[in-house]
Design a protein around this ligand. Sequence first.
Ligand SMILES: Cc1cc2nc3c(=O)[nH]c(=O)nc-3n(C[C@H](O)[C@H](O)[C@H](O)COP(=O)(O)OP(=O)(O)OC[C@H]3O[C@@H](n4cnc5c(N)ncnc54)[C@H](O)[C@@H]3O)c2cc1C
Length: 379
Amino acid sequence: MSSSASADAIVLGAGPAGAAAAFQLASAGRRVILLEQQEAPGLANPCGGGMAASVQRWFPFDLTPAVDQVIRRVRFTWALEDPVTAELPGDAPFWIVRRRVLDVFLSARAQEAGAELRCSASAEAVGREGGLWHVRLAGGETLRAPALVVAEGSGSRHATALGLGPQRPRYASTISVELDCPVAEPDTARFEFGLVQHGFCWAFPRQGGTSIGVGTFIGQQPADADVVLNALLPSLGLAADAGRRRQGRLRIWDGHHPLHRQGVVVAGDAASLCDPFLAEGLRPALMSGCRAGEAVDRWLAGDGEALAGYSLRMRQDWGESMAWGKRIAQVFYRLPRVGYQLGIKRPTAPQRIAQILSGEMGYGDIAQRVIKRLLFQRG
Ligand SMILES: Cc1cc2nc3c(=O)[nH]c(=O)nc-3n(C[C@H](O)[C@H](O)[C@H](O)COP(=O)(O)OP(=O)(O)OC[C@H]3O[C@@H](n4cnc5c(N)ncnc54)[C@H](O)[C@@H]3O)c2cc1C
């Protein structure tokens, strides 16, 4: 390490992607500073918390202390009717996590491995000089390191400026509500497709409550979010106006782009990895965070191809599936009623959906058949 460097690597953002990257780097013996602008990780990150249990494979420690609920069944409806239920196979459950718990849990593992977590530390300006990244914090202090991981989430200030990921990111818009209430079916996650134009709503049970939300994937803010929630909440036995509604924006996958430059990589939402069909962002955040950490460690050890290898692996293992997910989303959300009838109401669909949600299958495995069916068999 250069004598003026504060660390081997600086990680911007202690969400799932940043904490996973910091853990990998610290475990490899690197000096890491993990910066989080909030007072604590996960304090204000709106999220339904649904996540395939298969993410466990990327971590050497048990993730279940951060798991709030295990989902065994997924129910789809069209305008609150016409239900389709998919039983998730016993070995591939879907977890619900609380973000405050998950983000703190992962950051704590990174700290135990040796990472330095700095909260209330917002990275305001980033630049490279003399072979080192210079990160200026809100208080004026400047940190320096040869490597940088940008994991700032969907509101990333630095990814685009550093030429990482898409230069014109595409966003889904969300409205979410967290409700503390009795939960009738604690092991069932719900997806409702018929109420939202160009998107869907979800209701994910957790201990002592439900996370509810509306996501729109084509166009801007759903103008009818209040109308949608006023219909959805009573169907769950809740008051139509219950809870505080929070707006959010989510960078969604929109093409293959380099996720690295000299000494820097981008991971998670900041890299626009979120699934453009079902808004799954936690799994790619954890996958990319772990791989970004591994790649930066190898780069610091002198492997000049390591960061390009990271971009390539993320393209192969995630981007290829998302390219199909984007095509499915474009067709499905333009013809949602047809999509529901021909895509979700098929006898084999519940099994396929369970495999997608559990991470066992990618969109590429089903896409060509689904798109042909949606385009050519409308009737
Ligand atoms: C309403 C909603 C519901 C969702 N539900 C689900 C779901 O059920 N399942 C799923 O898989 N995905 C879901 N997602 C997507 C998921 O939340 C994201 O994909 C995931 O949080 C991405 O993780 P990340 O670490 O990349 O970014 P984030 O979780 O956004 O973390 C980034 C962190 O960086 C910090 N930060 C940002 N800028 C700076 C800076 N300059 N300096 C220091 N710190 C900084 C932020 O404070 C934040 O803590 C949902 C998203 C929304 C909006």
